[in-house]
Design a protein. Structure first.
Length: 106
């Protein structure tokens, strides 16, 4: 129970920072919406941990619900890393193309 309270306090802190960054216009509206949804889902997962535990047991997982959340988080992080790498490759190709065009014009 204490861990859940601490986690919710941390999430509340991140939400306050998110709103502050939005007010200072340091993040775009789409970024704000993405992170807002992310932290709300994280808070809901923390609050509904007992339900997740029950669901994990019903699905035949031997671990607790928090283990399932951690596994899911790792999968999502790897997906984001993959997407980031694809975006970086595209940016590098675009930069190379622009540099070639500039060089050819000179």
């Amino acid at each position: 129970m204490l861990q859940q309270i601490i986690a919710l306090i941390v999430i509340a802190f991140f939400l306050s920072r998110l709103v502050w960054q939005k007010q200072k216009k340091q993040i775009s509206p789409s970024e704000f919406l993405f992170w807002l949804i992310f932290w709300i889902i994280a808070g809901a997962a923390i609050i509904g941990l007992k339900l997740i535990d029950r669901l994990a047991a019903d699905l035949g997982f031997s671990g607790s619900g928090i283990d399932i959340l951690i596994y899911a988080a790792v999968v999502v992080l790897f997906y984001f890393i993959f997407r980031l790498r694809l975006r970086q490759e595209k940016t590098e190709r675009d930069i190379t193309k622009i540099i070639r065009e500039i060089t050819i014009k000179k």
